[in-house]
Design a protein around this ligand. Structure first.
Ligand SMILES: C[S@@+](CC[C@H](N)C(=O)[O-])C[C@H]1O[C@@H](n2cnc3c(N)ncnc32)[C@H](O)[C@@H]1O
Length: 371
C-alpha cells in the first residue's frame, strides 16, 4: 500500500494500527489532509467497547460510519460481540488505510467510501457509530431515519464549548437548547445532546433510551437505543434556584436551561454488568467505576468550590463530605463530571449545613478546593 504521509504503528486496545505520524498536542486534534487518529480518544473507544460487549440488542451488523483509520471499527470487531463490521468514510485517503488496518488485524470487512448522511438512511445496521469532527447533528436525522424496528447508536460530540455553555447562541441554533456555563456545564451539555436525540426520534415516531452517556477529555459520548413507538420522556428545563441547586422550570422562565434530558444517563441494568476487559486502560477502568457508582443518582451535582464560595468557608475533604452526607441518611457519590463534584439526594440546604459543620477553618478568604 502506498501512503502519501509518514505513518507509525500503534497498538490500541486489541487493535494493531497504522496511523499518520504527525505531531499532535493533547485534546481534540484537528482535521488535516491525512486520515484522522487521536490517541486521546482511546478512552472513548475503551468505554464504548465495554458497553458493546454487553449491548442489550442484536449486533449482527454494525457500521463504523466515520471510520478515518478504522481504529474503532477494528476494536468493535475484536473486542465486542459484533458479527460483521462495515467501515465508511468519504475521504479518499482514509479508504486504503482502513483496508490496510483491516488486513493487519486478520479481519475481512466491507469498506465503503460514501457520504454517511445518504448511506445510513438505508438502515441496514443494528448499530451505527457517529464520531465526527465537532457536532454530530448533521448526521443524526438521516441516521435515525434508517431505523426499522430498533437500532443502537454511538454518538460523539466534540463541540463541547457549544454544548457546555461557552457559546450559548450556537447551542440554541445547533441543538435548539440553552446551555449553562457552570461547573455542571458538561452534564448539562450531555443532557442537551440526549434531549436533541430524543426530539429527532420523537419526530420520526421513535423513542430513544440512553444505555450509557458520559463526558471525558474534550468530548461527550452517548450510546443510545432507538426503537419504534412513542413514549413520554423525561425532557424539560431547569433554572438555578436561590439555594444554588438546579430545579425544574418551564421553558418560558427567564434563564431557563434546556430543553434537556432529565432522566437517567444510563440503563442501570446494563451499566452494572459492565466490566473492564484485558484491553481497558487504567484511566478508562477508573472512569467506568465512577460511572457505575453514579448511574442511579439524581441529575446534577454540587461542587465543594460552589459551597465554599457561597458559605465563605474553606471546604472539607471531599470524601469526608460524602461520608457526612451518607451518615445523615443520604445517598452521595463523586461524579465523573467534576473532580470536586458530589451527586446526592440531599437538598441544597442540608448540603450547605453539613458543609459548614465540616469546614475545617470556619470563615476564610481562602476557598482553594481540597481534593
Ligand atoms: C473524527 S474523524 C473519525 C475518527 C474515528 N471514528 C476514530 O475513532 O478514530 C471523522 C471522520 O469523518 C469523515 N467524514 C466527515 N464527514 C463525512 C461524511 N459526510 N461522510 C462520511 N465521512 C465523513 C472524515 O473524513 C473523518 O475521517
Amino acid at each position: 500500500m502506498k501512503l502519501d504521509f509518514p505513518f507509525a504503528e500503534v497498538s490500541e486496545g486489541a487493535a494493531h494500527l497504522l496511523v499518520p505520524d504527525i505531531a499532535r498536542r493533547k485534546g481534540p486534534g484537528t482535521a488535516g489532509p491525512w486520515p484522522f487518529y487521536n490517541p486521546t480518544m482511546a478512552v472513548n473507544r475503551d468505554l464504548s467497547a465495554i458497553v458493546l460487549a454487553k449491548w442489550p440488542g442484536p449486533l449482527g451488523s454494525v457500521l463504523d460510519g466515520l471510520a478515518a483509520t478504522g481504529a474503532w471499527g477494528i476494536r468493535m470487531a475484536l473486542e465486542t460481540r459484533a458479527d460483521r463490521v462495515t467501515f465508511n468514510d468519504w475521504s479518499p485517503e482514509a479508504i486504503p488505510l482502513i483496508r490496510e488496518n483491516v488486513r493487519r488485524n486478520g479481519l475481512a470487512a466491507d469498506v465503503h467510501r460514501s457520504d454517511l448522511r445518504s448511506s445510513v438512511r438505508e438502515g441496514r445496521y443494528d448499530f451505527v457509530d457517529v464520531d465526527p469532527f465537532g457536532p454530530p447533528t448533521p448526521f443524526l436525522s438521516s441516521a435515525f431515519e434508517g431505523v426499522k424496528g430498533s437500532a443502537g447508536f454511538g454518538i460523539t460530540a466534540t463541540d463541547t464549548a457549544v454544548l457546555c455553555g461557552t457559546y450559548p447562541r450556537a447551542c440554541e441554533k445547533r441543538y435548539g437548547a440553552r446551555p449553562l456555563r457552570s461547573p455542571q456545564g458538561a452534564e448539562i451539555g450531555l443532557r442537551i445532546l440526549l434531549g436533541y436525540c430524543h426530539r429527532i426520534s420523537e419526530e420520526r415516531n421513535l423513542r430513544m433510551r440512553p444505555i450509557l452517556g458520559f463526558s471525558a477529555e474534550h468530548f461527550l459520548r452517548a450510546l443510545v437505543m432507538v426503537s419504534s413507538g412513542s413514549a413520554s420522556a423525561p425532557v424539560g428545563h431547569v433554572v438555578r434556584g436561590g439555594d444554588g441547586g438546579l430545579i425544574a422550570a418551564t421553558a418560558a422562565e427567564r434563564d431557563a436551561v434546556g430543553p434537556l434530558w432529565l432522566g437517567s444517563l444510563g440503563d442501570a441494568a446494563v451499566v452494572h454488568e459492565l466490566q473492564p476487559s484485558e484491553w481497558t486502560s487504567v484511566v478508562s477502568a477508573r472512569l467506568l467505576s465512577l460511572l457505575k457508582t453514579e448511574c442511579e443518582m439524581p441529575p446534577f451535582f454540587v461542587t465543594t468550590d460552589e459551597l465554599a464560595a457561597r458559605e465563605h468557608r474553606s471546604p472539607p475533604r471531599l470524601d469526608r463530605f460524602i461520608e457526612g452526607l451518607r451518615a445523615i441518611g443520604h445517598q452521595a457519590t463523586r461524579t465523573h463530571f467534576h473532580p470536586r463534584g458530589v451527586k446526592t439526594d440531599a437538598p441544597p440546604r442540608e448540603c450547605a449545613r453539613l458543609f459548614r459543620d465540616l469546614s475545617p477553618t470556619g470563615s476564610t478568604g481562602d476557598s482553594r478546593p481540597a481534593s
